[in-house]
Design a binder for this molecule. Sequence first.
Ligand SMILES: C[S@@+](CC[C@H](N)C(=O)[O-])C[C@H]1O[C@@H](n2cnc3c(N)ncnc32)[C@H](O)[C@@H]1O
Length: 232
Amino acid sequence: MDDKYAQWLKVADARLHPSITNPNYLVLRRRRLILDEWITGIPGDGLRVLDVGGRYQPYRPLLQRRLRSYVALDVSATPLVDVLGSGEQIPFKACTFDLVLATGVFEFFPQPRVAAAEVHRVLKPGGHLLLSVAGVCPRMNDNEQWRYLPLGLKSLLASFSKIEIVPEGTSLGGIVRLNAVALSCFAKYRIIRQILHHTIVPIMNLLGLGLEGAALSTNDQIAGNYSVLAQK
Ligand SMILES: C[S@@+](CC[C@H](N)C(=O)[O-])C[C@H]1O[C@@H](n2cnc3c(N)ncnc32)[C@H](O)[C@@H]1O
């Protein structure tokens, strides 16, 4: 494989199939399961897909055999990005795409309502949006501007005819993940972070998996992220 692509595809695969040493393991694992189920339920082959914030494209493999085209739009150029531009001004005609993916990007838009209107505009009637946004989560990047809650998401996507919002884990998983990420944030030096990621973090992730598996709660007040399926 071309080295130019390899490093980006490696990041993408680590998001799609997170290691137990990853502080975000619980939400990333859950997101794959949710998105996979939703993608399976979207009818048709030969899909025209737009990935807004498509620098890595972790969820592209879930669509692989059903694609007619896959366009990655991002403000940051990488070998995987096809079109340089913003989700707040999508450079495509109305009704172009069957599916828009926007994972981990609505946190960054200065005007998320403008981006939501743009996504709605470029979707074909009946087309779908797959979104993943942070809920209760530390700031992961200094360019982030927003966190989201279910009611806010409904308001943001009010122009869509159907919306389904699913927490990427309950509050129990959310608390465990929040603490795993917080530990990692406080570890200033890489070596300390690596030690934490290979000792305490896997134990926390296994605890979180156990708590989620035991289905002790459906509370989502401390959910780390939300996945959203919306239809135009
Ligand atoms: C946290 S990364 C998420 C990447 C990928 N979608 C994922 O799920 O792993 C956020 C991405 O959004 C991009 N981004 C930030 N602001 C944007 C904007 N206004 N329009 C399009 N992409 C943007 C960033 O460059 C970055 O690639």
